[in-house]
Design a protein around this ligand. Structure first.
Ligand code: AHR
Length: 513
């Protein structure tokens, strides 16, 4: 008895000293698929996201392009393996008249982008340009329909224009504009932020509006059964989700959206680079709130949809700071540091672990706006730390979620605490287990042990994203300051993995039989 107690105390002392983070993975119990759509991106007609960032036009530019889309962007996005791309907004979607963005470019009417800087939008990048971009980068298009200022007929016509096989006025117009075959776009947003820029509606009113618009969005072929997403809640507005789940028949609802930004305060969002530890802690606090939001919105959805047929789609998330000095405040251009890598690693772990309900998400936004994966300056392009995290994590796309139990240490700041190490794991089609770990601690490395239960493994390899300073970022002068490197610091001893994860870093481990 004494001997047993001694052994127990010794093993406890060992774990307390050397393994502050204890993870157990049941590798033989992976039953839920992590939808690849959790790794979606978002491109809005906002600042230099589309114009300059993605699209430079075919004439009057020295930047190498294909049909006006930058070749460097196409290559970088292909490598990222983006499952879906949401467009054209955001708030812009509810002002967008899609018919002004088709046909000969010189004849397209312009408009004023009232939401973003009041600049002239010439509609030179429209439906064909977007859908061809998606084909080039291998992403499924996710079109956000205009419900705030467009008619039911406008949205119904847009569906018909891109999806009807032929013999309808809209399909004929598409063919006249050079695209014979339908695109069969499945993912459709029925409005955006209907509680705000999408029309300042109440949840009750929007539920009816949704039912009306969705009724006239037709499935034109069995290959294009529409996946309709309702404009969802902001943050912890649980009443919004409850009203939608109660009032919209579930046979006309594929997903309900949710938006959450990691922002210090809407009055002063703080700098994107030279932030203090207090600002960093607050950003992490906001990022961790995603766990609470998806848990509680899911609980409400469970009440009305216990079989989990309706998906939770977090189609806007990411860090939001003050714009860079000297840039248009309406363009939302910000730098991207290791802090953003922390938001990405932590948030994607949360989404993976909620894969039974969270079946889609879109980082805001893809190029030059908010927590962008790519920044451009004229002909130059850089990949941000967030790009590297998303690329590392793409092994989880459509893999099976491995149930995880995690006991992690706290990151403490001025008496407040956050869980320092987050993790998620999945089993791919070949049986490999990929384990993603993010340590948001501002100053401490943490020892981690991972117990692999259920199967035997013999090899481990890894990758790491870390940098000497938390404010480190890539610039046009130093584009590779923060990049992913090989990580050989994980040791596999029988069925236990041991490693140390440095402060503010992201690690991806792969174990094989
Ligand atoms: O991503 C920027 C904006 O944030 C989007 O246009 C809007 O939906 C949200 O408020």
């Amino acid at each position: 008895m004494k001997r047993k107690l001694f052994t127990f105390l010794m093993s406890y002392a060992f774990t307390a000293t050397f393994a502050q983070t204890q993870i157990v993975l049941n590798t033989d119990l992976a039953k839920t698929k992590i939808s690849k759509h959790i790794y979606g991106q978002f491109a809005e007609h906002l600042g230099r996201c589309i114009y300059g960032g993605i699209y430079v036009g075919e004439s009057n530019t020295k930047i190498p392009n294909t049909a006006g889309v930058r070749n460097d962007i196409i290559e970088a996005l292909k490598a990222l393996k983006i499952p879906n791309l949401r467009w054209p907004g955001g708030c812009f979607a509810d002002a967008y008249q899609w018919k002004d963005g088709i046909g000969p470019k010189e004849k397209r009417p312009g408009m004023i982008n009232v939401w973003w800087g009041g600049v002239k939008e010439d509609n030179s990048f429209g439906t064909h340009d977007f859908l061809e971009l998606c084909e080039r980068i291998g992403a499924e298009p996710y079109l956000a329909g205009n419900v705030g200022s467009g008619t039911v007929k406008d949205l119904s016509d847009w569906v018909s224009y891109v999806n009807h096989p032929g013999g309808s006025p809209m399909a004929d117009l598409r063919k006249q504009n050079g695209h014979e075959k339908p695109w069969n776009v499945k993912m459709w947003g029925v409005g955006n932020e209907a509680w705000g820029c999408g029309g300042n509606m109440t949840a009750e009113y929007y539920s009816n509006v949704y039912r009306q618009y969705a009724t006239f969005m037709n499935d034109w072929s069995k290959d294009a059964k529409l996946y309709k997403i309702a404009s969802g809640a902001s943050d912890g507005d649980y009443a919004w989700t409850e009203t939608l789940m109660k009032n919209i028949p579930h046979n006309m609802l594929s997903g309900v959206a949710l938006h959450h930004y990691s922002v210090l305060s809407w009055q002063d969002k703080g700098p994107s680079v030279n932030f203090t530890e207090a600002q960093y802690f607050k950003t992490m606090e906001e990022a961790w709130k995603m766990e609470e939001f998806v848990t509680r919105h899911s609980t409400i959805m469970d009440k009305y949809d216990p079989q989990k047929k309706v998906d939770l789609i977090v189609d806007e998330w990411g860090g939001w700071y003050n714009v860079e000095d000297g840039t248009n405040p309406g363009f939302l251009y910000q730098q991207n540091t290791m802090r953003d890598a922390m938001i990405a690693g932590l948030t994607l772990n949360i989404f993976n672990n909620h894969a039974d309900r969270v079946r889609g998400a879109n980082l805001a936004q893809i190029v030059n706006v908010l927590q962008a994966v790519i920044l451009t300056n004229e002909e130059k392009m850089i990949l941000t730390p967030t790009y590297h995290v998303m690329k590392m994590y793409n092994v989880h796309q459509d893999a099976m979620l491995v149930p995880i139990s995690i006991n992690a240490p706290q990151y403490e700041f001025e008496g407040k605490k956050l869980i320092a190490v987050s993790a998620s794991a999945s089993k791919d089609a070949t049986g490999k287990i990929n384990i993603s770990l993010t340590n948001i601690d501002y100053s401490k490395a943490h020892e981690v042990t991972i117990n692999l239960r259920g199967e035997k493994f013999s090899k481990v390899s890894g990758q790491i994203l870390s940098s000497p300073k938390i404010s480190d970022h890539n610039t046009f002068e130093q584009p590779d300051k923060v990049i992913t490197k090989n990580f050989a610091g994980a040791k596999l001893d029988k069925d236990v993995l041991r490693l140390s994860i440095p402060a503010y870093s992201v690690i991806m481990l792969t174990v094989e039989k």
